[in-house]
Design a protein around this ligand. Structure first.
Ligand code: UT7
Length: 344
């Protein structure tokens, strides 16, 4: 069997780790993000469809979103990645894993992660995309943790990036007003003191239809197909019910597994779908709303990119101090969900 240079390196690292009992936590050491230049307010939307700032703001908390014109999923990912690497102060050659969560990559192949790898010159990295919808960044965090704990990698770049404006149905006002475009990234590596304390992750494929976006239909010569493009469709109320029950339960489980109580958590950085979901989770956990930072007001829902963009905004505003306890949670299509508790 031919063994590639990359797999040989990973295998050797795993072997070297055997006998090395140092327990490392997976720590976020840098963050970065990128939003498209063009901002579209609710009032702007109300000029091109039957909606209003009053409806969108009061039902969701969203006031504006950034929509891509020149930008692509890869170009935003590359900018976010460079900012995260600079913020982390690591050399790009140290990055040995790139995982990118997205449902709106520019290509079916190559992966967006491979495009990022090439653009930033991460020559020592293994790179691949994952699809876990709005939980994509959280799933990437957990996979990078598994690689680090197994000794398969030392420094990972994880991203969530979306150009949702190309997959939403601009004729469906009940979904298109909710979503935006952007990318967020984080550099993670092993640390002896701080980092990931606990994780919870789940999927329920039986509820796939409540939030879905069909892919390409088969177009081979044997089949007559309907070639119309198909877009995101969502049963908003079902997704809402799922979010307000599953997210607090998952957070509670994760916080308990970390040996903490909800009161001991400094911030809850959750997927930014709807302000009412954040308020409901805060109520169910008996935690004041000011511990739930918000970016959905100016970004809308950016699926996999929501959590890393929010984290980057918190980081750059100086909210996150060493040792602070931060609970993260992503939830959405699949259905999927994932929560983590980290010591910053
Ligand atoms: O990231 C994945 C996670 N996604 C979520 O978490 C989304 C969760 N769901 C939600 O946030 C909410 O269900 C929505 C914000 C999507 C919708 O809120 P809702 O209170 O469930 O509204 P609805 O769908 O029941 O619609 C209520 C009314 C309807 O009119 P009628 O039938 O009562 O006359 C809609 O036609 O609002 C109408 N409507 C709109 N009106 C103005 C729907 N969209 C719009 C709009 N502007 N954009």
């Amino acid at each position: 069997m031919r063994v590639s240079e990359g797999s040989r390196r990973i295998h050797e690292r795993a072997l070297r780790r055997k006998g090395n009992e140092v327990s490392m936590k997976t720590r976020i050491v840098g963050t970065g993000s990128c939003l498209p230049e063009t901002v579209v307010t609710n009032d702007d939307l109300s000029k091109i469809m039957d909606t209003s700032d009053e409806w969108i703001s009061s039902r969701t908390g969203i006031k504006a979103r950034h929509l891509a014109k020149e930008e692509t999923t890869a170009s935003m990912s590359i900018k976010a990645a460079k900012r995260a690497i600079e913020n982390a102060g690591v050399a790009v050659e140290e990055i040995d894993l790139i995982i990118l969560g997205t449902v709106s990559a520019d290509y079916v192949t190559p992966s967006c992660a491979c495009e990022v790898q090439a653009a930033i010159g991460a020559v020592n990295a293994v790179a691949f995309d994952i699809n876990a919808a709005c939980s994509g960044f959280m799933f990437a965090l957990n996979i990078s943790n598994a690689y680090i704990q197994a000794g398969l990698c030392k420094t990972a770049l994880i991203l969530g990036a979306e150009t949702l404006s190309k997959v939403v149905d601009w004729g469906d006002r009940s979904t298109c007003v909710l979503f935006g475009d952007g990318a967020g990234a984080a550099v993670v590596r092993g640390d002896e003191k701080y980092g990931l304390l606990a994780f919870d992750q789940g999927s329920d494929g039986t509820k796939a239809e409540v939030l879905a976006c069909p892919g390409r239909t088969n177009n081979n010569p044997l089949i007559q197909t309907d070639q119309r493009l198909k877009f995101v469709h969502m049963d908003g109320q079902e997704v809402y019910k799922f979010a307000v029950t599953t997210v607090p339960a998952s957070l509670q489980k994760t916080i308990q597994a970390a040996g903490l109580t909800p009161e001991e958590i400094d911030y809850f950085a959750l997927h930014q779908a709807n302000i009412r979901i954040l308020q409901s989770v805060s109520k169910r956990l008996h935690i004041p709303e000011d511990k739930f930072p918000v970016s959905l007001d100016h970004c809308g829902n950016i699926s996999a990119a929501s959590v890393p963009i929010l984290l980057d905004e918190m980081n750059r505003r100086g909210l996150l101090k060493t040792g602070m306890k931060v609970a993260l949670s992503g939830f959405g299509g699949g259905l999927t969900w994932a929560s983590a508790v980290i010591e910053w």
